[in-house]
Structure formats: C-alpha cells, structure tokens
Ligand binder design. Structure first.
Ligand code: IPE
Ligand code: IPE
Ligand code: MG
Length: 241
C-alpha cells in the first residue's frame, strides 16, 4: 500500500480540481533536451496525478492539455503533443479497471480524424466509470467555448425553439463542454505563471487559484497536497458574508 502525504479532512477537499499543466518546455530546456521530451514527462505526470486524485476521492479533474492558442507553436511541437495524446489514448485501455471516466472538452473539429476516433472510443468505453471523471481540455479555449455556446443557443432561438428572454445562467452552463458537471472549486497552475490563459473562463467565476513554482513534469503528490491544504484554508464566501 502506497503511503499518501497527509491530506486535509475529506469535507475540505474540492469536488472539482482544474490543473493548467504548464512548464514542460522550461523543464526540458533546463536539461538541454527538446521540448517534446518535456511534454512526454508531463504526460507521465498527468497519468500519476489523475490516479492520485481518484485514490483520494476527488470526483472531477480537468487538465489543460492544449489550448486554442497553442496552434501558434512550431508544427513539430504540435505534432509531438498530438502523438503523445494518441499514445495516452492507446494506453488508456490498460487502465480500464481503474474506474476512470475520460472526457474531452474543446473543439474536436480541427483534430486529425484518427485522433477524433480514438477520443470517441475512449469516451464511449469509459462512459460507465464513476469513481472519477477526468476531463482533458484539448483544443480548448474558454472564449471559443462561449462562442460555440452562443451559436448553439442562437440557432435554437432562430428556429423558434427557444425564447431569448428565457436564457439564464443555467442554460448557458448547459451549452458548454462541461454541461452537467460542477464548476471547478480550485484551479492549480504550476510553472510560476499567474494567469488563466483562457482556461475554464465561465466555470472559474468562483474558483480558488493556487499558483506553484514547480514545473509540471516535477509536480508530484506532495505538491498536490500542499495545494489542497492551501485550498482548505481559504474562506469561500460566494458574495455572501
Ligand atoms: C505546457 O507546457 C504544455 C502545453 C502548453 C501544451 P509548455 O509547453 O507551455 O511549457 P513552457 O511554459 O514553455 O515551459
Ligand atoms: C496554457 O499554457 C495552456 C496549457 C497548459 C495547455 P501556455 O503555456 O500555452 O500559456 P501562456 O502562453 O504562458 O499563457
Ligand atoms: Mg507554457
């Protein structure tokens, strides 16, 4: 039995953790390695952290893997990230017994057909798993998500199936990729950057933010625990007193 670091009591743990997996490139650079090696190390960290979240009873985890802005990177780097995702998806079959439901959030349209098919299969095969839902944000942008939601609601209204005056926050939430899931309670960003970079724009309205100086490939269970302690100590008021 693996020894876990000391966690805050269960009632102070978040229901939904968001992680911006940042710092892979700098991690590789520090070692004189190509950036793709940093992404590979980052993918391994992700698998470990997702398993740890499941083991400690976190029901939802959303990890930012590739943003709508990340297409600006050199083609070689984009290709390396997409190949790692293919590997991750192929590998997921081996983890079937772990009761992880894997979902993808983001715009799939521009992805390669084989990658879309792998995503579809993993989502379908893991749909009945319940212990944890792991969302992988791929070609995800919070603004892009809202644009798609607006288009969807506008289409319904134009077809006469929706009264524009009846649109409320719940309806907007339900038009997002995360429909039906709770908002993130805490968003953790390693790497030292202190920004959201278009992650969960709508959903993070009342999230707590924890920024850590570690680079993502070096992020381990102890870093997660220290972020969870920091979260547990926060006083969340949601506009009340
Ligand atoms: C995060 O690491 C992974 C992706 C954005 C795909 P980075 O590649 O952004 O690493 P840094 O920020 O350059 O160190
Ligand atoms: C955010 O990291 C996106 C992911 C981690 C996938 P970036 O490295 O792309 O963010 P910026 O460019 O530093 O804001
Ligand atoms: Mg970065």
């Amino acid at each position: 039995m693996e020894q876990f670091p000391q966690l805050p009591p269960q009632q102070f743990l978040p229901r939904h953790i968001g992680i911006i997996m940042d710092g892979n490139g700098r991690w590789a650079k520090q070692r004189g390695l190509p950036r793709s090696v940093g992404h590979k190390a980052g993918a391994e960290t992700f698998r470990k952290i997702a398993t740890f979240c499941r083991d400690i009873g976190i029901p939802y985890l959303t990890a930012y893997a590739f943003s709508t802005e990340n297409w600006k990177r050199p083609q070689e780097e984009v290709d390396a990230i997409m190949d790692l995702l293919r590997e991750y998806l192929d590998d997921t079959a081996k983890h079937q017994g772990e009761d992880v439901r894997t979902c993808f959030i983001g715009d799939r349209e521009p992805l390669a057909a084989d990658l879309r098919e792998k995503i579809r299969r993993v989502e379908e095969e893991s749909a009945h798993n319940r212990t944890i839902t792991v969302n992988i944000a791929l070609n995800y942008g919070g603004r892009d998500e809202l644009v798609h939601a607006a288009r969807r609601l506008a289409r319904e209204a134009a077809a006469g199936r929706l009264d524009p005056e009846s649109i409320d926050e719940k309806m907007v939430s339900n038009a997002l990729y995360t429909a039906g899931q709770p908002d993130p309670d805490v968003i953790i960003r390693p790497s030292g950057e202190k920004r959201l970079s278009n992650f969960l724009t709508w959903q993070s309205a009342y999230a707590e933010f924890v920024f850590l100086d570690v680079l993502w490939p070096d992020f381990d269970q102890n870093h997660l625990c220290s972020a969870l302690w920091e979260y547990a100590r926060r006083d969340r008021r949601f506009g009340g007193i």
